[in-house]
Ligand binder design. Structure first.
Ligand SMILES: Nc1ncnc2c1ncn2[C@@H]1O[C@H](COP(=O)(O)OP(=O)(O)OP(=O)(O)O)[C@@H](O)[C@H]1O
Ligand SMILES: [Mg+2]
Length: 245
């Protein structure tokens, strides 16, 4: 389980997270929505330990990662896979090299198993046999799936997805949604999905939280968000213009 407790984070004098509290239950898919720039990616970076809060705490399976020793943080991080906004593949490496990068670096498996494991993960993301292709030869949707294969190589217990469907056509986006669901079902991975895409949120989410001005202004089921009366929430989920105050 992941617990985010009263997390504050500012950059220079710009407050971004202002007391964010969230519980992510094991085995669930938790969606985080919110307008561009509201701090969604910053929040994910806190969960993987790439950023530290100014105050507040982040617990992974009951252990605070905020003041964790390097070695323990490193062990905890291996449990968490992240699909970065934009997939973040290395252009000079082929698909197999990109997918196996983390496991080679961490020496998680014997070298002679790596090829088979890469093949299995590419199959899992429905891209079998593309090991030798370069990122420049792939579409945006394929790159995201290769990024997912790379994250899954570490056999994570948690997967964080930062806008996995942004920039994809609706059919490709829906294939990514199916993949997120199948990763959860087949591998039992707990997922956090940051998205602007409400179709994706409804299809993938067991629960949805909305971030606004540094706070969680809604947390609940996909059904309950549809009838939630807060105009900021309604404007966001129906795509109408946000009323500024
Ligand atoms: N490393 C950093 N240094 C300074 N400011 C940062 C840093 N990272 C993020 N910010 C600021 O924090 C705010 C939130 O950024 P963040 O990337 O989390 O937004 P977001 O909700 O993910 O937006 P989008 O939906 O467009 O991806 C922005 O104002 C951004 O400029
Ligand atoms: Mg972002």
């Amino acid at each position: 389980m992941i617990q985010i407790q009263n997390v504050y984070k500012s950059f220079e004098d710009q407050p971004v997270l202002r007391g964010v509290t969230l519980d992510i239950k094991r085995g669930s898919s938790h969606i985080i929505i919110g307008r561009s720039g509201c701090g969604k990616s910053v929040l994910l970076k806190h969960i993987v330990g790439l950023m530290r809060p100014d105050s507040g705490d982040i617990l992974i399976d009951g252990h605070s990662i905020v003041n964790m020793r390097r070695r323990d943080l490193y062990k905890t991080r291996i449990k968490i896979g992240m699909l970065f906004q934009g997939a973040a593949l290395f252009d000079s490496m082929n698909v197999a090299e990109n997918v196996s990068l983390g496991v080679r670096e961490h020496r998680l498996f014997p070298a002679n198993e790596i090829d088979d494991r890469v093949a299995a993960k590419l199959e899992l993301v429905n891209l079998p046999g593309i090991e030798k292709k370069l990122p420049s030869e792939l579409s945006g949707g394929m790159k995201k799936r290769v990024g997912l294969a790379r994250a899954l190589m570490m056999e994570p217990e948690y997967m964080l997805y930062d806008e996995p469907t942004t920039g994809l056509d609706p059919v490709t986006a829906d294939a990514i949604n199916d993949l997120i669901n199948s990763v959860r079902d087949k591998l039992g991975v707990t997922s956090i999905v940051v998205t602007h895409d409400m179709a994706s949120a409804y299809k993938v989410g067991d629960s949805i939280s909305m971030l606004h001005e540094g706070n969680v202004i809604f947390s609940g089921t996909p059904e309950s968000i549809r009838t939630h009366e807060d105009p900021i929430v309604q404007n966001f989920i129906t795509g109408s213009k946000v009323v500024m105050h």
